[in-house]
Design a protein around this ligand. Structure first.
Ligand code: ITT
Length: 198
């Protein structure tokens, strides 16, 4: 079954396309079809994932899958959360750079034992733009915000997200390792289970 991957984030494409191919889908990234991302006006991850999947499905005439995700930091009253992609308010080539700088600044005076955070991924799959029962799969993973960047892999906040399980940041993990333990990996596992019974 052909399906549009409704994201403009290359990191997400890398982490999702081959997994979805293993599920038996023929994956087309929205950029290959000249589809842009819609404005994310939802108030929750699930609403934004639905908006993106619906938009891509409408534009392409194909089923669509989207991920809305973010970093939730307890000491910052759950910021950047839904606004993780635009935390620093700039939209340049690498928004990750400014976002990470802002996060480190906001966390500068937060002691080591109060730096817990989680990544959340909400993946939504629609058969048509008006599909009344989308498949919704949510995954999380827990970690801590570091005091400085470490590692070169991944994208976004990976170099500031320390995984106690792996004893390093997500950006120090090999892509194959991140694909086993991340919030997105956990959401994809749930999606797989739901597809089996769908
Ligand atoms: P699309 O909407 O086109 O999919 P986006 O980057 O705007 O791309 P989101 O609105 O879901 O996606 O924003 C999620 C942000 O959260 C993302 O830009 C990163 O800053 C951060 N993020 C999400 N997953 C991440 C991960 O696995 N590692 C590091 N940062 C992540």
């Amino acid at each position: 079954q052909k399906i549009v991957l409704a994201t403009s984030n290359k990191g997400k494409v890398k982490e999702m396309a081959d997994v979805l191919a293993d599920f038996g889908f023929e994956v087309v990234a929205q950029s290959e079809l000249g589809i842009e991302s819609p404005e994310e006006t939802g108030l929750t991850f699930v609403e934004n994932a639905l908006l993106k999947a619906r938009y891509a499905s409408e534009k392409s005439g194909l089923p669509a899958i989207a991920d809305d995700s973010g970093l939730v930091v307890k000491a910052l009253n759950n910021a950047p959360g839904l606004y993780s992609a635009r935390y620093a308010g700039v939209d340049d080539e690498d928004p990750g750079f400014h976002n990470r700088k802002k996060l480190l600044a906001e966390m500068a005076n937060v002691p080591k034992n109060e730096r817990e955070a989680k990544f959340v991924s909400c993946i939504v799959m629609l058969q048509t733009p008006t599909d009344p029962s989308p498949i919704i799969a949510e995954g999380e993973c827990y970690g801590e915000i570091t005091f400085e960047e470490k590692g070169e892999n991944g994208f976004g906040y990976d170099s500031l997200f320390f995984s106690p399980e792996k004893n390093c940041t997500f950006a120090e993990l090999e892509p194959t390792e991140k694909k086993q333990i991340s919030h997105r990996a956990n959401a994809l596992k749930i999606l797989k289970q739901k597809l089996k019974v769908a």
